[in-house]
Design a protein around this ligand. Structure first.
Ligand code: THG
Length: 265
């Protein structure tokens, strides 16, 4: 399963301050530590930076690319102009992922051509104009419409990742179950699945424990990728044990290596 490192996100106060102060060391260290912990992509969100997102994402991408050769980056922004700025700033040989579109046609119209032109991976939230989905079937229905829509415009669906949108179980106890049930339905379309893991535990104590247990269940259900904190030992423990138990970690090599490197609880 692909880990997308979540730590460079401007909703986090320290990150917001580092971006405002143009603290290149902070951003470079956050990128490096996540890659060393096993992140395949680094999510970059500069959206909460008081009106300077375009400039800030350009700066952050330069910093990350000079720290990490051929960095794979996941551009996380509600603003297509910021996504466009990031595509311009990216000059490495790695791979880009755009986070995200949904069933909203206005957003598809602006972002999809960029994803096609630059041959990026693309996250699509499994929701349409009716809003947040409740059941697995609603998630699947929204995903199917988006799948057909992006395929029609020439997007390579092998690069499509659906986010079935996990919601806090503290207030909506059936949502983890509906999320998990939606994964095989969506994957049967021929697309991949991804999620922002930590939403599931919002409002609960000891959130890391809930995130880790949920990750184990999601991996068992076939989740392909997750936006998470790769430095969290609960996360790496859940990931390595799950993959070893499912037989996708040959001779438990990755599990043993993670143990030796002190990455397990
Ligand atoms: N789906 C998609 N993209 C996403 C999300 C998703 N991008 C943003 C978010 N959700 C995933 N990224 C983060 C980044 C940081 C944190 C959580 C999710 C984080 N949160 C702290 C916490 O939960 O305790 C609080 C913030 C802070 O430290 O100040 O660190 O679902 N496609």
């Amino acid at each position: 399963m692909l880990m997308i490192g979540e730590r460079i996100n401007s909703t986090k106060e320290k990150v917001k301050e580092a971006i405002a102060a143009k603290d290149a060391k902070f951003i470079a260290a956050a990128a490096r530590s996540q890659v060393e912990a096993g992140a395949g992509y680094i999510d970059v969100n500069c959206a909460v930076t008081s009106g300077s997102e375009l400039h800030d994402i350009d700066w952050a991408l330069s910093v990350i690319q000079s720290e990490i050769k051929n960095a794979n980056i996941c551009i996380d922004s509600p603003n297509y102009l910021a996504i466009e700025a990031a595509l311009k700033a990216y000059h490495s040989k790695g791979s880009l992922m755009i986070n995200s579109i949904s069933g909203d046609e206005a957003r598809i119209k602006t972002i999809l051509p960029l994803a096609v032109k630059h041959n990026t991976k693309l996250i699509a939230l499994a929701m349409d104009e009716k809003g947040m989905p409740n059941s697995a079937e609603e998630r699947f229905g929204a995903a199917r419409k988006i799948y057909e829509r992006v395929k029609k415009d020439g997007f390579n669906v092998e690069n499509l990742y659906f986010d079935p949108l996990i919601r806090p179980i503290a207030t909506e106890p059936d949502q983890a179950r509906e999320f998990l049930r939606s994964i095989p339905l969506i994957k049967a379309l021929g697309a991949k699945t991804v999620c922002g893991l930590s939403n599931v535990s919002f409002g609960l104590p000891n959130r890391r424990l809930v995130n880790a247990a949920f990750l184990t269940m999601a991996i068992q259900s076939g989740l392909d990728a997750a936006i998470l904190d790769p430095l969290d030992k609960y996360i790496t423990s859940a990931l390595r044990t799950s993959q070893a138990l499912l037989g996708v970690d040959e001779y438990c090599g990755e599990y043993i290596r993670a143990f030796r490197e002190g990455k397990l609880i």
